[in-house]
Ligand binder design. Structure first.
Ligand code: KIV
Ligand code: NA
Length: 270
């Protein structure tokens, strides 16, 4: 079992690997590959639930998928993403929602999309025994404010704000930081300035680790961001297999004799 301490110990020594997973078979594959951290991301909304953004994802949605992943994972640290408005509104509700992921669903830590409003909450969660991964830079739950998913921290003031927030969340006790879609030189600066490991997505090669959405990494997504790399072509594989199945049924070549079983008990059926 990977712990948050193993993750912090690995940082600076060897790159930390992280991928999302939302269901049992994917978690099994990702875990078997030796990935350090599995994130049950609220990207679930886009990858698996058919939403256009992550905003409609509920705590119940997250809980169901976190449970599927923790039941299948033997080695990786499992981090549960906290969905839109499940944290940062009311402190007691934030703690209850985050706590549910550990207490009922077996997660090891939670991730929060961070800003000035999550510093105290991070401290409180950590005090209570809920390890926090802080997510800075592009935070997709702000899509309506951004009007899309633009790169963040691209001028001095915005970059300084990200560095300050990183420091504040480190001081609050976050065990790691996700840096999403920021200039690689800013990510390098945050990584150099902080003890806390940084895990980048669209943030260049200098972070202590990397994360991708698994659907993007294996080539299942219909669309993926420019900073993602496709390491496989699962979508093409599935399209070809499903096409072959349809053709086989239509042509009568499936099921064949080896897929069919008669029962001798039914000799008198007619
Ligand atoms: O929801 C998610 O998958 C994420 C990662 C992209 C960091 O937040
Ligand atoms: Na997310």
């Amino acid at each position: 079992m990977t712990t948050v301490r193993d993750v912090t110990a690995k940082a600076g020594d060897e790159p930390i690997t992280m991928l999302t997973a939302y269901d049992a078979p994917t978690a099994d594959i990702v875990d078997e590959a030796g990935v350090d951290i599995i994130l049950v991301g609220d990207s679930l909304g886009n990858t698996s639930l058919g939403h256009d953004t992550t905003l409609p994802v509920t705590v119940d949605d997250m809980a169901r998928h976190v449970g599927a992943v923790t039941r299948t994972t033997d080695d990786a640290l499992v981090v549960a993403d906290m969905p839109f408005l499940s944290f940062g509104v009311d402190k007691a509700a934030s703690i209850e929602n985050a706590g549910r992921m550990l207490k009922e669903e077996g997660a090891d830590a939670v991730k929060l999309e961070c800003g000035p409003h999550t510093v105290d909450l991070t401290e409180k969660l950590v005090q209570l025994g809920i390890p926090v991964m802080a997510h800075l830079g592009l935070t997709p739950q702000h899509v309506n404010q951004y009007g899309g998913y633009p790169r963040q921290g691209t001028d001095q003031a915005a970059a300084a704000q990200i560095l300050d927030l990183a420091r504040e969340h480190e001081a609050a006790g976050a065990f790691s930081l996700v840096l999403e879609h920021i200039p690689s030189n800013l990510a390098a600066e945050v990584t150099a300035e902080l003890e806390t490991p940084t895990i980048g997505i669209g943030a260049g090669p200098e972070c202590d680790g990397q994360v991708l959405v698994v659907d993007d990494a294996v080539g299942l997504s219909e669309w993926s961001p420019s900073f993602a790399k496709q390491f496989g072509s699962v979508r093409e594989e599935m399209e070809s297999a499903v096409g072959d199945y349809v053709e086989a049924v239509e042509s009568g070549s499936f099921p064949a004799d080896e897929h069919s079983h008669e029962s001798t008990d039914l000799d008198e059926i007619y």
